[in-house]
Design a binder for this molecule. Structure first.
Ligand code: NDP
Length: 489
């Protein structure tokens, strides 16, 4: 067989004689089961889709690099952050949260901001959003919350009653929904938005000292947002508007970048800080913990193949490297399990060995077998431990997590603090200007005007009143209703 011309083959490598005409019994006769190329082609086509993500289904991705620009080695021993100038390849996937795989990009929704750093010590994933906080603060509420964001079980329509029923009964959502209904709820492009790690994480240095950190990726393109009417139009005329913008910008050499900054809290401060530092509905005000620069992330390469690189990308908040650990944030703790579990269901037990997910440093362990084990499966090496083979993988005690003390009773308990109001109030009164406040009130009213179930609007107005009376009054006026008198007493 000549190797000069690339020839078409079946999946098992046999040359294909005809890819345009199936084999039939005579010119007008039925198709023969003997046409194994046809059978394979149709059967593979039927299996092209993997289950879409229940959340963050619609995404766009890009490759790039992260470069350290400031020495943070006194706070973390993470090798990829160890010296100024060090570069680490990375991959990012942006996404909307609630919509399906083919849904519109320009909806009002948080954007996923998931970064995979291919470090020399394994992959580090920072799986955040374009918002610094979240709607809820305990993973046990997540499936219920997402059900309200998806489709009604009877009508299969988006259900504003469910959305506002849940939010009005979960006042910890006030901070996030204030951000979501502000101008930043619909970014102009994926390039013109910040990213946040959202949770608190732990950094540990070479001496074993621990610090809690919050990550902020500040866009170097500047913040730009879409007018909701323009966004609505684009959702109809070009539902892939953000995906297209990102691809074209990179293709044209207009590489987007973000400056990574962190807030750093010494471990001892966590005990007495005025906010619970593990409550993901709260930020740490900058005056308490200023931003410290870490480095720059640049996106400079588009994926070659969307399915292989973006759809099969598997991020997990549980992918840590030495020097970076989890905090006891209850939302994070649930996500440590849920993300890898979703990928095991979606793309299988061996998804970590797919090219986009495979660590660029060695992977050596005693896990074996499972569907689609396609990388040699550990060959003839031992598949158990302890073992007496000197060349088999060994644990490294210096990489154990940093120990920390816990006390109390095992119990189902709420967070100690119930101040759901002061931080959205600071955003509304101190950060936003008059025009931004007016647009926020309009956006809330537009969204809530579809609520028909009794009691929901009143309950939400009471919540708004506790944030700021003028916010509640403003939304009520636009809805043509009164703020319930009971909340004013
Ligand atoms: P600062 O005045 O120091 O910072 C205000 C922050 O708000 C900036 O990070 C700014 O981002 C961001 N911001 C501006 N408009 C919006 C918006 N519509 N949605 C979300 N973020 C926005 O204030 P404090 O640190 O004292 O915090 C005051 C309030 O600002 C907080 O209660 C919180 O609601 C909000 N905020 C605080 C953050 C923090 O980590 N401290 C992070 C993000 C928001 P940028 O600089 O990129 O313009």
């Amino acid at each position: 067989m000549s190797q000069e011309k690339k020839y078409l083959t079946t999946a098992s490598g046999a040359p294909v004689g005809d890819n345009q005409n199936s084999i039939t019994a005579g010119h007008r006769g039925p198709t023969l089961i003997q046409d194994v190329h046809l059978l394979e082609k149709l059967a593979h086509f039927n299996r092209e889709r993997v289950p879409e993500r229940v959340v963050h289904a619609k995404g766009a991705g890009a490759h790039g690099y992260f470069e350290v620009t400031n020495d943070v080695s006194k706070y973390t021993k993470a090798d990829f952050l160890s010296e100024v100038g060090k570069k680490t390849p990375m991959f990012i996937r942006f996404s909307t949260v609630a919509g399906e795989l083919g849904s519109a990009d320009t909806v009002r929704d948080p954007r996923g901001f998931a970064v995979k750093f291919y470090t020399d010590e394994g992959n580090y994933d920072l799986v955040g959003n374009n918002t610094p906080v979240f709607f809820i603060r305990d993973a046990i509420k997540f499936p219920d919350f997402i059900h309200t964001q998806k489709r009604n079980p009877q009508t299969h329509l988006k259900d504003k009653n469910a959305v506002w029923d849940f939010w009005s009964l979960s006042p910890e959502s006030l901070h996030q929904i204030t951000i979501l209904h502000s101008d930043r709820g619909i970014p102009a492009t994926l390039r013109h938005q910040n990213g946040y790690g959202s949770h608190t994480f732990k950094w540990v240095n070479k001496d074993g000292e621990a610090f809690y950190v919050k990550y902020h990726f500040k866009t170097d393109q500047g913040i730009k947002n879409l007018d909701p009417k323009v966004a609505d139009e684009l959702a109809g005329t070009n539902p892939d508007y953000h995906t297209e913008d990102l691809f074209n910008a990179i293709e044209e050499g207009n590489y987007p970048s973000w400056t990574l900054k962190v807030q750093i809290m010494p471990e001892a401060d966590a005990q007495n800080y005025r906010y619970d530092p593990f409550d993901v509905t709260k930020v740490w005000p900058h005056e308490d913990y200023p931003l410290v620069e870490v480095g720059k992330m640049v996106l400079d390469r588009n994926p070659e193949n969307y399915f292989a690189e973006v759809e099969q990308a598997a991020f997990s908040p549980g992918h840590f490297v030495p020097g970076i650990e989890a905090s006891p944030d209850k939302m994070l703790q649930g996500r440590l399990f849920a993300y890898s579990d979703a990928h095991r269901y979606r793309i299988g037990a061996n998804h970590e060995s797919l090219p986009i997910n495979r660590a660029k440093s060695p992977v050596n362990n005693y896990q074996r077998d499972g569907f689609m084990s396609h990388d040699g499966n550990g060959g003839s090496a031992p598949n158990y431990e302890p073992n007496s083979f000197s060349d088999a993988p060994k644990e490294t005690p210096e990489n154990k997590i940093s120990p920390y003390e816990v006390s109390g009773f095992a119990d189902s308990v709420p967070y100690d603090q119930d101040d759901h109001y002061s931080q959205p109030r600071a955003l509304f009164r101190d950060v936003m200007n008059d025009e931004e406040r007016e647009r926020l009130i309009q956006n809330f009213a537009d969204h809530m005007s579809a609520v028909t179930r009794e009691g929901i609007v009143d309950r939400q107005l009471e919540n708004f009143y506790k944030v700021a009376p003028e916010l509640a009054e403003g939304v009520a006026a636009k809805l043509g209703v009164e703020v319930p008198a009971s909340v004013k007493e």
